[in-house]
Design a protein around this ligand. Structure first.
Ligand code: NAD
Ligand code: ZN
Length: 367
């Protein structure tokens, strides 16, 4: 009932194990791969309440000594003070370089703990136990770690690949439904980038993915495989990895323009609206059929995701403000904007000559 996806990075290759009951088996999985290892388990209060005891018990059963640290949940935790706390905790527990920092949580805990693992003792072992759908299919794979700055999100960090990822598909049952849906947007993204048959499968089977069981495992494994392929081809984000930003230029602009207020818009929701906009803009540019854009919009709204700017609660950000955030996006070059556009479902590509005024007019119409 378990699936294993291998991330091929030569000597630093690692497994992503996906399936039910993995937290209960984590001690055995880790002990089998890394005998004698000691761990610092980093988590947040929400995840700790639901899953920390079972992980600690499982590690103890595997004969692994582990010291937990529970942080506050939320994006604000990705900051320097908290990084210092994690580093001090790891050093205070007298862990050596070969010992592991274990991230038990969503992308926030994964990014922060991975950064600490990357810099303490110039790089320690790192094990991801992702507990949100987004973390399982996206942030736990690929080695990007970091924290936020007053200048923007994710601006400070290092590449530090994990040694192992254990994605327990049962833990998603305690994830708030809104967070599950947001992670689902990233799952659908992989279909829209270059796996049209997967997108078609999701259209048929999404209810089973939400319910749990075999369809959920299959969806997560496919997402991990897609991310693993891109990471293996382009570990440090020089080219192919850019396709993972499908829907993200518009999505980030919407997130920024709503002040990263999670009550109004969470990341995956911005990505859902952004993916619909990217398909519609591609149709507008005569690159793709409007039917494909309609199909994407239909599916994402069927699962309960917002798909229109008007779906965002509160006052809509002005197009000028959105453009400012698009202009500040790190994907800007030589006046023209770089966007991930598409020739149809499963045919995304990098367009680096998108005219800002076309985008402006399009967004004015869409609001
Ligand atoms: P998150 O870590 O804040 O988790 C979302 C919420 O769900 C939190 O309140 C958390 O406490 C709670 N939660 C998580 N798992 C739970 C569970 N099983 N049961 C109950 N509650 C649970 O957010 P996220 O969406 O997982 O990750 C977002 C972060 O990931 C952002 O900071 C983003 O920048 C980062 N990210 C990183 C990468 C990367 O490549 N490193 C990629 C995408 C996103
Ligand atoms: Zn994303």
């Amino acid at each position: 009932s378990h699936e294993t996806v291998r991330v091929n990075l030569g000597e630093r290759s690692y497994d992503i194990v996906i399936g039910p009951g993995l937290i209960a088996r984590a001690g055995a999985e880790i002990a089998a791969r890394k005998p004698g290892i000691r761990c610092a388990v980093i988590t947040d209060r929400n995840v700790a309440a639901a899953h920390l005891d079972s992980l600690m018990e499982s590690l103890a059963t595997g004969g692994i000594e582990a010291v937990p640290l529970v942080l506050e949940p939320g994006e604000k935790t990705k900051r320097f003070d908290e990084l210092v706390k994690v580093c001090d905790h790891v050093l205070g527990a007298r862990l050596e370089r070969g010992d592991a920092v274990v991230a038990l949580g969503g992308g926030v805990i994964g990014d922060l703990s991975g950064f600490a693992a990357g810099i303490v003792r110039r790089g320690m072992s790192f094990i991801q136990v992702p507990t949100s759908l987004l973390a399982q299919v996206d942030s736990s794979v690929g080695g990007k770690t970091g924290i936020n700055s007053s200048h923007g999100k994710n601006l400070i960090g290092v590449f530090h690949q994990p040694d192992l990822v254990l994605a327990d598909t049962d833990v998603l049952d305690t994830l708030p439904i809104r967070e599950f849906r947001a992670g689902y947007a990233e799952v659908a993204k992989y279909g829209l980038i270059d796996r049209p048959e997967f997108f078609g499968w999701l259209e048929q089977n999404w209810r089973d993915v939400f319910a749990g069981g075999a369809a959920r495992i299959r969806a997560i494994a496919t997402g991990c495989q897609a991310k693993a392929d891109v990471v293996a081809a382009d570990e440090r984000e020089k080219g192919a990895r850019a396709l993972l930003n499908l829907g993200h230029t518009f999505g980030h602009a919407l997130e920024a323009a709503t002040d990263y207020d999670g009550r109004r818009l969470v990341h995956g929701e911005g990505v859902a609206i952004g993916m619909v906009l990217a398909h519609e803009f591609s149709a507008r540019m005569n690159l793709a059929s409007p039917d494909d854009a309609a199909r994407v919009q239909r599916h994402l709204s069927e699962v309960g995701l917002p798909t229109r700017m008007a779906d965002i609660e509160g006052e809509l950000p002005a197009t000028d403000i959105l453009m400012k955030h698009i202009g500040q996006d790190k994907k800007v070059r030589r006046g023209a904007l770089t966007f991930i556009l598409t020739r149809g479902i499963g045919e995304a590509f990098v367009a680096d000559d998108v005219q800002a005024d076309e985008v402006f007019r399009f967004l004015e119409e869409k609001r």
